[in-house]
Design a protein around this ligand. Structure first.
Ligand SMILES: [Zn+2]
Ligand SMILES: [Zn+2]
Length: 258
């Protein structure tokens, strides 16, 4: 019997305030999907188990906790932590973040006989393997180079859109997936901020509706995340008005089995 992927939600919001954390999902305890906010949730032993980090894009709310994570695990692991990112995102992570000014270059610092972090640059739209998963990064519509991830485990596939405005390529790829179990879609802004959402490459409940129509599988569960915390009640009200029984709102502590 193939093993399912177990996904835990550590952070899933489009901003932070008490009780709300930026995106970070843990797959099978070993693989982190975005590094927004996980440091305050995972204990030392749990953080030491993380072997891979998949970065959708280099915006702060998706990479910021890599800083204290690298500083915490230095000298405590036998192997470097693999940081998987697209060419454009890796350039920002290395050049603007771990650049010995903003933060030490943990890609060079030894721990003690190997670097703490290792950069693994993937090619957009080309699948790669991590543990028992095949991951296809698909470019999406955001102001910086940004990927959705199509993740196939031994028992089924799920989709994580990263940050995106309306897009076609992603859904074209999603519609080819076998055994699709779950689609996680960002919805950052309420409808009254449509102009900001369009300019910033994000969705509102209004534009989400059009994206959902592009998914061929009409029964797959939809989990919404990256909601702006200070407007979350308005966004949820607008989502409920859609009366779409597939949709749920992702919460911290949610667990998914795929
Ligand atoms: Zn972003
Ligand atoms: Zn974001």
């Amino acid at each position: 019997m193939p093993v399912s992927l177990k996904i835990e939600v550590l952070g899933c919001h489009g901003g932070e305030m008490a009780g709300f954390f930026t995106p970070s999902l843990l797959i099978d305890k070993r693989v982190l999907l975005d590094a927004g906010s996980f440091g305050a949730t995972l204990g030392l032993e749990q953080q030491l188990k993380i072997d891979h980090v998949l970065v959708s894009h280099a915006h702060c709310d998706h990479v910021k906790d890599l800083a204290c994570f690298a500083d915490l695990v230095i000298g405590r692991r036998r192997k470097p932590v693999m940081i998987h990112a697209s060419p454009g995102a890796m350039e920002v992570i290395r050049g603007d973040f771990f650049n010995n000014r903003m933060w030490p270059d943990f890609f060079s610092l030894q721990s003690p006989d190997h670097p703490v972090l290792e950069d693994v640059v993937f090619t957009p739209d080309k699948p790669f393997r991590v543990k028992n998963m095949t991951i296809r990064p698909v470019p999406v519509n955001h102001p910086v180079e940004s990927m959705a991830f199509l993740i196939r485990g031994p028992n089924g596939s799920f989709v994580y859109t990263g940050d995106t405005g309306p897009t076609d390529l992603l859904w074209k790829r999603v519609n080819r997936l076998q055994n699709l179990k779950l689609v996680m879609i960002e919805t950052k802004f309420p409808n009254d901020m449509q102009m900001v959402a369009d300019a910033a490459g994000h969705l509102t409940p209004k534009t989400l509706t059009k994206e959902l129509q592009k998914i061929r599988d009409r029964d797959v569960p939809i989990s919404l995340y990256h909601l702006k915390p200070d407007r979350i009640n308005d966004i949820i009200r607008e989502i409920k008005a859609l009366k779409d029984s597939r949709i749920s709102i992702m919460k911290i502590g949610d667990k998914f089995v795929v």
